[in-house]
Design a protein around this ligand. Structure first.
Ligand code: C2G
Length: 130
């Protein structure tokens, strides 16, 4: 079977996330999702996600097209995760265009177009303004 892997924070889960996962899953038979830990987010963005890593992972595991979920603890372990999960295809949204091309010797790398005008940042802004 063809195994597809993708990574993300998926904080304040929204339609853009779901569409990305559904399109990724159609590229293979099984979809494995690496959910970024709270610590990884803090190291990248200097803030913690709204939802904790356990809740984010549970939400992703509840999506029909997702076969397996694991925690992504470091951006530098991408190659290890691909090998460990025997992934044939790595999928990311095109905000990451080109940034995972260094994995092309291990698997196919595909960037999918993001869903326009939906983002966690915007949702947080709308809630904040009330
Ligand atoms: N996404 C999308 N459309 C949107 C918003 C997000 O297709 N409107 C996609 C992103 O391109 C990404 C996935 O949904 O592929 C998850 O998005 P984020 O949670 O923002 O992921 P990010 O924090 O960028 O992941 O190893 C990389 C990471 O774990 C980082």
């Amino acid at each position: 079977p063809c195994r597809v892997i993708t990574f993300g924070t998926f904080d304040v889960l929204h339609l853009g996330h779901l569409r990305l996962l559904e399109r990724a899953s159609r590229l293979g038979d099984e979809l494995i999702v690496g959910v970024s830990t709270d610590a990884l987010n803090y190291s990248k963005k200097h803030r913690y996600p709204i939802y904790g890593e356990k809740d984010r992972a549970t939400l992703i595991a509840g999506i029909r097209c997702v076969s397996e979920v694991f925690m992504e603890e470091s951006l530098d372990l991408k190659r290890d995760y691909i090998v460990r999960h025997r992934a044939d295809v790595l999928v990311m949204g095109d905000d990451w265009q080109g940034r995972f091309d260094f994995c092309r010797d291990l698997c196919e790398v595909v960037y999918l177009a993001r869903t326009p005008s939906i983002s966690t940042t915007e949702i947080i802004e709308v809630i904040r303004k009330g």
